[in-house]
Design a protein around this ligand. Structure first.
Ligand code: ATP
Ligand code: MG
Length: 558
C-alpha cells in the first residue's frame, strides 16, 4: 500500500518522505524507525520542533516508529533538568516515542566496539594532546601528518586503552583515534578522535567512566544498536556521513543511513542553545521559559499552541539549503488557530470612566458569546451598570472626521450591550478628563435591537464595580535584527531593550476571574492573551500571545 496516499492534504512529499516512500516501495524495509536525538544540555527550541515534526511526522505518515534518544555523551554540560524538560516539551507538542533511550546506556557496547576496532588494527591510542592533533591535521588542500603513535601494535593499543578506562592517565594526555587516512580530502576522516579522557560526573552513569566517546563514535553506533532505518540530521553533518558509514562498515553492524536537511532558522531570534543559555544566565530574560524565548517552553508560556507550532513547521517545510523563515509565519499560524479556539473577553487597558446617566438600576446581566467561531462555546454573563470603563483612546474631545468611536453628540455601540450617545464630560483642575457622560438606548440591546439606529463604531468596555484589576505583559521581538547570523559583533548588542511592556492599569470583565492555564483568550480589539504562571488569585497576570493585526473596525462586529 502506498502510505503517502493516506495523507489527507495530499501535499507533495518532501525529499525525505520521497526517500522513505521509495525505500518502502522497493521493499528495502518492512517498516521504518527514526529517532529524535537531543543532547540534554538545554531546552528545546523552535528548530527542534521542526526536527521533531519531521522525525515523528514521517514515521507516523509511513506507519513507522520513532525513538527518543538522549545523546548524552558529554558529561560536562548535561543535566537531568534538561532531560525532563525535553520529554515534557515533546509530549506537549503531541508526539509519543516508541522507546526512551540514552546513548550512555550504550557505553559498554561502545567500549566493546572500540576494542573491536583496535583488534582489527583500525584504531590506536595516541599520546598527542588534542591541540597537537589539531595542529597536525593539515588543511583542506594539504594532507595531515601521521602521528608518531599511529604504528603502535594492537596489543599495546589494547593495554593502553584499558588503562585509559581504568583512569591511569590524565585528561588530555591520551585519546583513541580511528586509523583511516591522514591525507583524506574529508578532514573528518583524518584519524578522528573516537574517545577522550574526562574525569567528569555523568548525569546517569555517575563516576563509572572516565573515558567518553565522541559524537562520531556514539551517534551512528547508537542508531545501529537501535536498528534505526533513517537517521535524519542537519546539514552540518554531511561531512560526518563518510565516518558514519566507515564505522558501520568496519564494525559490521546494522546499516543505518544518515540523511541531512537544512536547519530551521527564524528571523529576529537566535537558536543555538549556547546563546540561549547566555540569555538565561546573564538575566536578559527571566528563564528558559521566558515568553520572549524561541524555546518550546517559552512559546507554551506565551500561549502558542502545539497545533500552531506544528502547522508552522509544516508550512515552513524542510529544505536542502539553509534559509531564514519569517517569524510572522509562526505568528500567523498562532493567530489563525487562536481565532478558532479562543474565548472573547473584554479588558480595558487604559481606563476612563463613563457614566450612563439614564441607567438607574443597580446592574443588568447581559450575555456575550464566548466565541463566535465556535457555536458550541456558549455564553458568559457580562454585568452592565451605571459606571463603566472604556479605553481612554476611544474618546476624543475634538475628533477628526471619520472618528467612529466616542465623541460628544455621537453614538457608538458597547459590545454585547447597548448603543450609547455621549452627552458631555467632566475634567479635573488640570484639564484631564475624569468622567464621560452618556445615555443608553434601552431598545438597542445586542441580539434584540429594535432601535433602528445604525452606528459605525463598537467599543469594548467593563463595568467598573464588577471589573477586576489585572496585569498585562506585552511582548515585542527579543532582538532588533532580522537576521542575526549576518550581524557583526556580539549577538547581545541586538537585544531589544523594549521587548517587554507591563501594563498595570488594566481592568478585565469578571468572567476572567476564572481563567485557567489551558484557556486562550482574545481580548477584543487588543490581542490574544493567556494566563501567566506568575498569577495569584488576587493578582492575575496575562501574557500577550500575539497581536490581532487586523484593524479594529474589521475585528469587532456587533
Ligand atoms: P543547538 O545548535 O541549538 O544547540 P543542537 O543541534 O546542538 O542544537 P541537539 O540537541 O543536538 O541540538 O539537537 C537534537 C536534534 O535536533 C538534532 O537532530 C538536530 O539536528 C536537530 N536540530 C537542532 N537545531 C535544529 C534546527 N534549528 N532546525 C532543525 N533541526 C534542528
Ligand atoms: Mg548537538
Amino acid at each position: 500500500m502506498d502510505a503517502a496516499l493516506n495523507n489527507e492534504k495530499a501535499k507533495p512529499l518532501n525529499f525525505i518522505e520521497e526517500i522513505i516512500d521509495n525505500d518502502l516501495k522497493q521493499g528495502k524495509y518492512q517498516s521504518i524507525l527514526t529517532r529524535f536525538p537531543p543532547e540534554p544540555n538545554g531546552y528545546l527550541h523552535i528548530g527542534h520542533a521542526s526536527s521533531i515534526w519531521l522525525n515523528f511526522g514521517v514515521a507516523k505518515k509511513f506507519g513507522g516508529k520513532t525513538n527518543l534518544r538522549f545523546d548524552d555523551t558529554n558529561p560536562v554540560t548535561e543535566e537531568t533538568e534538561y532531560v525532563e524538560s525535553i520529554k515534557a516539551d515533546i509530549k506537549w507538542l503531541g508526539y509519543s516515542w516508541a522507546n526512551e533511550f540514552y546513548a550512555s546506556d550504550y557505553f559498554d557496547q561502545l567500549y566493546n566496539y572500540a576494542i573491536q576496532l583496535i583488534s582489527q588494527g583500525d584504531a590506536y591510542v595516541d599520546d598527542l594532546t588534542p591541540d597537537e592533533i589539531a595542529a597536525q591535521k593539515g588543511t583542506p588542500t594539504e594532507p595531515g601528518i601521521n602521528s608518531p603513535f599511529r604504528s603502535r601494535t594492537i596489543d599495546e593499543n589494547l593495554q593502553l586503552f584499558e588503562a585509559m578506562k581504568a583512569g591511569n592517565f590524565q585528561e588530555g594526555s591520551k585519546t583513541l583515534r580511528a586509523k583511516i587516512d591522514m591525507a583524506s580530502v574529508n578532514m573528518l576522516l583524518r584519524d578522528p578522535i573516537l574517545y577522550r579522557i574526562k574525569f567528569a560526573h555523568h548525569h546517569r552513569t555517575g563516576d563509572t567512566w572516565c573515558i567518553y566517546p565522541m559524537y562520531d563514535f556514539a551517534h551512528g553506533q547508537s542508531d545501529s544498536i537501535e536498528n534505526i532505518t533513517h537517521s535524519i540530521c542537519t546539514l552540518e553533518f554531511i561531512p560526518h556521513r563518510a565516518l558514519y558509514d566507515w564505522c558501520i562498515q568496519k564494525l559490521n553492524i546494522y546499516p543505518s543511513h544518515q540523511y541531512e536537511f537544512a536547519r530551521l532558522n527564524v528571523s529576529y531570534t537566535v537558536m543555538s542553545k549556547r546563546k540561549l543559555l547566555q540569555l538565561v544566565n546573564e538575566k536578559h530574560v527571566s528563564g528558559w521559559d521566558d515568553p520572549r524565548m524561541p524555546t518550546i517552553s517559552g512559546m507554551r508560556r506565551r500561549g502558542y499552541t502545539p497545533q500552531a507550532i506544528n502547522e508552522f513547521c509544516d508550512r515552513a517545510g524542510i529544505a536542502k539549503r539553509e534559509k531564514l523563515n519569517d517569524i510572522s509565519l509562526l505568528e500567523f499560524c498562532v493567530r489563525e488557530e487562536l481565532n478558532k479556539s479562543s474565548f472573547r473577553r473584554m479588558v480595558v487597558f487604559d481606563p476612563v470612566k463613563v457614566i450612563i446617566t439614564n441607567f438607574n438600576e443597580s446592574e443588568l446581566l447581559l450575555e456575550g458569546e464566548n466565541n463566535p467561531e465556535d457555536e458550541t462555546s456558549g455564553f458568559r454573563a457580562i454585568p452592565f451598570s451605571k459606571e463603566l470603563f472604556i479605553e481612554r483612546e476611544d474618546f476624543m474631545e475634538n475628533p477628526p472626521k471619520k472618528f467612529f468611536r466616542m465623541a460628544i453628540g455621537q453614538s457608538v455601540r458597547l459590545k454585547s450591550a447597548f448603543i450609547v450617545t455621549c452627552t458631555g464630560l467632566e475634567k479635573d483642575v488640570n484639564g484631564n478628563i475624569t468622567e464621560i457622560h452618556c445615555t443608553y438606548i434601552p431598545e438597542s440591546k445586542s441580539g434584540s435591537d429594535t432601535s433602528g439606529m445604525k452606528v459605525q463604531g463598537t467599543l469594548h468596555w467593563v463595568s467598573s464595580k464588577h471589573a477586576i484589576k489585572v496585569e498585562l505583559r506585552e511582548y515585542e521581538r527579543l532582538f532588533l535584527s532580522e537576521n542575526l547570523a549576518t550581524e557583526e559583533g556580539d549577538f547581545k548588542e541586538y537585544i531589544n531593550p523594549e521587548s517587554l511592556k507591563i501594563i498595570s492599569t488594566a481592568y478585565a470583565e469578571p468572567a476572567l476571574e476564572n481563567a485557567t492555564d489551558a484557556q486562550r483568550f482574545q481580548f477584543l480589539r487588543k490581542g490574544y492573551f493567556c494566563l501567566d504562571k506568575d498569577s495569584q488569585p488576587a493578582h492575575l497576570v496575562f501574557n500577550r500571545t500575539v497581536t490581532l493585526k487586523e484593524s479594529f473596525s474589521k475585528e469587532v462586529k456587533k
